[in-house]
Design a protein around this ligand. Sequence first.
Ligand SMILES: NC(=O)c1ccc[n+]([C@@H]2O[C@H](COP(=O)([O-])OP(=O)(O)OC[C@H]3O[C@@H](n4cnc5c(N)ncnc54)[C@H](O)[C@@H]3O)[C@@H](O)[C@H]2O)c1
Length: 328
Amino acid sequence: MVRFGLLGAGRIGKLHGGNIAKAPNATLVAVADIDNKAAEALAGSTGAEARSPDDILGAGDIDAVLIGTSTDTHADYIERAVQAGKAVLCEKPVDLDSKRIEACLKVVDAAQKPLMIGFNRRFDPNFASLKKRIDAGAVGKVEMVTVISRDPGPPPVSYIERSGGLYRDMMIHDFDMARFLLGEEPVVIHAVGSVLVDPEIGKAGDVDTAMVMMRTASGKLCQISCSRRATYGYDQRIEVHGSGGMIRAGNIHETTVETATKDGFATDPVLNFFLERYMQAYRDELAAFIDAIETGKAPSPSGHDGLMAQRLADAATQSWKTGQPVAL
Ligand SMILES: NC(=O)c1ccc[n+]([C@@H]2O[C@H](COP(=O)([O-])OP(=O)(O)OC[C@H]3O[C@@H](n4cnc5c(N)ncnc54)[C@H](O)[C@@H]3O)[C@@H](O)[C@H]2O)c1
């Protein structure tokens, strides 16, 4: 039984808190948030205690800390948690600055405590199955990976201003997925971006529509297509083309009901956003973290995966700003 402390009782904290409370081999001991009311409400609904972050990090009755606080707190909390002897599952990103991530990972290495990063999409049952099949040679040698990732609508501009920009905030998940599927590191990246959804996003110094192309040392190619808006809901698709064929995973619809008339075939909308689309992925991510702690296996995705995705996001941002490809 792994005893958890949860830092952060916001959007993602509530989701993780609920999953920990329901997991058969975990118990949620305590929840902390600088917003005490939020911590108390989540603690109340999950049978945990509300404590301060310091009390959670120093607690003798907690083995693992799940960090779901705002991004700018992650690196500090990771360091403090591993130094206090806790295993850590931290939401992406570790930090918006790669140098800060490198420093944080040195502290993790010295403490020799497990750190897993919340790249939950690797645990989506469809994407995980696709990955297993390409590893088993279902389409031969992987040659091209295409990731399509579009949100139903943009977040408030106040969020975008502090997000680090689309490549670091949103495409970071897709960079991790690209690395996961390519099985090797990109060596060159070229990003383009536009403001097509909301001019206010442009005024905040960001883009809302972006594409990235990457090449690995052996010549595999990857293309990522991101938008802050999709009128038909959360659009999450992957296609891998290989020497022996093509494999793809599509969107999940609210129901499997299909209506056919003379006008064609109609289906229900796709699942609205990440909380719905990736519900099972978050559960499986937590189960993998608990399994790593119980078996002593190194957790994956690791802190190194967090760093490599961030470096791609930094390079993409640079490429977009300069209009030039960036070598990695
Ligand atoms: N993996 C995913 O799919 C996914 C999805 C959403 C968010 N996230 C990540 O999760 C993190 C939180 O995002 P969110 O949408 O839940 O934000 P949120 O604003 O809803 O929640 C963040 C919470 O952290 C609390 N907080 C801030 N600083 C704190 C501190 N120093 N100590 C304790 N609590 C503190 C805030 O009061 C707030 O309740 C972000 O890093 C985000 O990138 C990941």
